[in-house]
Unconditional design. Structure first.
Length: 244
């Protein structure tokens, strides 16, 4: 394993391990096997949001709200620890049996304000979900994760990424200067998603603002907020027979 690869493995393990939050993948150890290093993570039941979207299409409104609250809880925890994830997307959001929402893959995470590797470094993440400032080579901040969070919520509600144009170049141009795809299913989620997808980070909704809106929407659905975003048993994940 090269020095760069080893640094990345250790960086991912340390970034996730120092958060210690139910909404963040648990890291137990880093183990050598010859020239390979393996990160030993907690086992997760269920599937990723990306897999759910491929299998089932757009999710029900209440599930999108539940996922949004779980993700915000995780993002606020990592931001308090001084970490920016940099690659929030459906493939890195795990929907566990029983309703737990877990943020995974800290492979390109870094300290808040740490220099991005420029446009190619951002594209190495996921251009359809990455923030405009990352594509411009600006140092990612927590607001950058919130843009990606908004794009992920859009995908959960609509079934497609808001700026995906079919190829990398067109997608990058759309993230930088284009409008997101029109809302067709998001309903009351539309304004909060639009506020998260603002091009300029200083004009973007904060995590607290987004959380407040999602809690209000949840209260309207259930009559009262849940005890916590990771405690509600969403319709998408009542435990299946034989699940772990």
């Amino acid at each position: 394993m090269s020095g760069t690869a080893w640094t990345r493995v250790l960086g991912e393990a340390r970034a996730a391990a120092r958060v210690g939050h139910a909404g963040v993948i648990g890291i137990h150890d880093v183990v050598w096997d010859g020239d390979c290093a393996w990160i030993v993570m907690e086992p997760l039941s269920g599937r990723t949001l990306a897999e759910a979207l491929v299998a089932d299409g757009p999710l029900p409104f209440d599930d999108v709200v539940h996922i949004g609250l779980g993700l915000l809880d995780a993002l606020q925890a990592i931001h308090r620890a001084g970490i920016v994830h940099r690659d929030v997307k459906p493939g890195n959001v795990h929907l566990c049996d029983g309703g737990r929402v877990v943020l995974t893959d800290f492979g390109i995470a870094g300290n808040a304000g740490e220099q991005c590797d420029g446009p190619m470094g951002a594209v190495a993440g996921s251009p359809a979900y990455v923030s405009p400032e990352q594509l411009n080579g600006v140092r990612p901040e927590p607001a950058s994760d919130l843009f990606s969070f908004g794009a992920t919520l859009f995908a959960a509600a609509e079934g497609v990424a808001p700026f995906d144009r079919g190829d990398v170049f067109a997608t990058v141009v759309a993230v930088l200067a284009g409008a997101p795809a029109p809302f067709r299913r998001a309903g009351p989620l539309g304004p909060v998603i639009a506020g998260l997808l603002t091009k300029e980070p200083e004009g973007r909704l904060t995590a607290a603002q987004a959380r407040g809106v999602l809690l209000l929407l949840q209260k309207r659905m259930t009559g009262s907020p849940s005890d916590g975003p990771n405690r509600r048993r969403g319709s998408w994940r009542r435990p299946r027979r034989g699940s772990v």
